[in-house]
Design a protein around this ligand. Structure first.
Ligand code: 5RP
Length: 226
């Protein structure tokens, strides 16, 4: 299977995972990116089995609405039973790097208020140690230089994502060459830098279930919470 077929396979696996739990009142948290888009397109095929969705980005909201799926404000919908989203990298503890598409802040908020976070990814995203993929950080524009200097002090190389504005009106710094062997500590340390909105490490609140698309089929990996 090629990468697109793996994305469709994990999206189908996510649909199969949640479908038995849905009813007329169900509101599903939906992520952002090409893998999440596969899931949205499949969600449309069971449109009458749930109420609607909460979107982690404007792009996702538009795609959901395009399928006739109602999009609700998170403030009137949380807590959610399920959040389904892709990732840029995952380790064996289901700690993730996200934000390649720049939607990390809303993604982290929806993940936080969801009982079960299902990550859907093809096997190219599975790594031993996070950090080959540059770590996105959403920053208030006036703090860009300050945050960049603080990131250098922490051992990273920040690169300004030119010409990109997040749905929240902020900018992104992508951190290269940072030691992410202790993801929770790095996540918390970066979030303490004034001017940082959030960063793309999902370690404090990792995924609960990883549906990983491999050439041998979709593997279901459940996080050990003990
Ligand atoms: C967007 C994200 C995406 O989940 C991540 O970039 C993966 O995207 P794709 O499924 O297209 O590989 O975090 O902000």
């Amino acid at each position: 299977m090629n990468q697109d077929e793996l994305k469709k396979a994990v999206a189908q696996a996510a649909l199969d995972y949640i479908k038995p739990h849905l009813d007329d009142n169900s509101i599903i948290g939906v992520g952002t990116g090409s893998t999440a888009n596969c899931f949205i397109d499949l969600l449309a095929t069971i449109r009458n089995d749930f109420d609607g969705a909460v979107a982690s980005s404007e792009a996702t909201a538009e795609r959901l609405k395009g399928h006739g799926i109602p999009v609700y404000d998170l403030n009137s919908s949380a807590p959610l039973d399920f959040y389904i989203d892709g990732a840029d990298e995952t380790n064996e503890h289901l700690e993730l790097i996200k934000g390649g598409g720049g939607a990390l802040t809303r993604e982290k908020i929806v993940a936080e208020v969801s009982k079960t976070f299902i990550c859907i990814a093809d096997e190219s995203k599975k790594v031993d140690i996070l950090g080959d993929f540059p770590l996105p950080v959403e920053v208030v524009p006036m703090a860009r230089s300050h945050v960049g200097r603080e990131i250098v002090k922490l051992g990273g190389d920040p690169v300004y994502r030119e010409g990109f504005t997040t749905d929240n009106g902020n900018v992104i710094l992508d951190i290269h060459n940072m030691d992410l062997s202790r993801p929770i500590q790095v996540e918390e340390r970066l979030n303490n830098v004034v001017g940082v909105v959030t960063n793309g490490l999902f370690a404090r609140r990792p995924a609960d279930v990883l549906l990983l698309g491999t050439s041998r089929g979709v593997q279901t990996i459940t996080r050990d919470k003990s």
